[in-house]
Ligand binder design. Sequence first.
Ligand SMILES: [Fe+2]
Ligand SMILES: [Fe+2]
Length: 296
Amino acid sequence: MNNYISLSLELHLFFARIMKEHALFLEAGFLMPDEGYRQKSEQLKQQFEALLDDVVCISSGMVGNAVLKSGEIVTDFTLEAERKTRKLTDISINTDITRRSQNLQCRSDCDFSPEMKHQVKAINQRSIRLLREIIAFKERILSEVLSCRLFTGNYPLLIDHILREAKLYLSYVEELEKHGTIRPENARNSELFWNRIMMEHALFIRGLLDPTEEELIDTADEFADAYQNLLKKALDAQDKTILTCEALETTTKYQSFKTAGVTGINDCRIKSLILPLLADHVLREANHYLRILKNE
Ligand SMILES: [Fe+2]
Ligand SMILES: [Fe+2]
């Protein structure tokens, strides 16, 4: 039961924040004539924000230290990135949740109460409903964009990418509800999943940088190539341990690149079309992947 509670809360602390930000990126990408899409994005952002708020309320003393210190829930730059993004887009962001997330305490040894299990179960059920809704919405946007009936500032690949992230989140919550835990075979598949995600981040970054930012574009291209190679190798891999080491090495360097990215964008030193919160978002996803790779 303790495992079920901790894993559920850790999952939501990372992914519910990711989902509310996806909704914000979608909202920011639509033009004024697409008011219905903007409203639906805003509604989903608020619903995931409320979910995250409730998760943060019950998470102190309930989650592992490795998750809290990984930088996947919040980074040192999240608050600043939120403030800047709120100002630039005029889309509301509840920064109080971020402040409280920074102060979460790690798990103590005590057993969790049955009441806590009920609360977590209700949160899991609520997240499943919301995830089905955001998945359907992202699918609809993608299909409209691909048939040129809708314009957005977001790449079609980015919409497909955030759709896959939502589906992964849903698969984990469903597994927790079915088996009370997340089984190891799913953890193995996640390496393939996240290598592709990391590669796509590099492709988005290179495409959203100002064309004059040549050095950063070159580095982003190198990371895209490195992850593409890892993906190719994984197809005919005999020894998975070596691949994990390579992924760990590449992702550690990538974490530094993304950290430089978010600070550069927060401080207005990088010319780009990247919202500060998007820069922090991709850093958190790298931090999450690093924790998985280190098996913490
Ligand atoms: Fe994401
Ligand atoms: Fe991502």
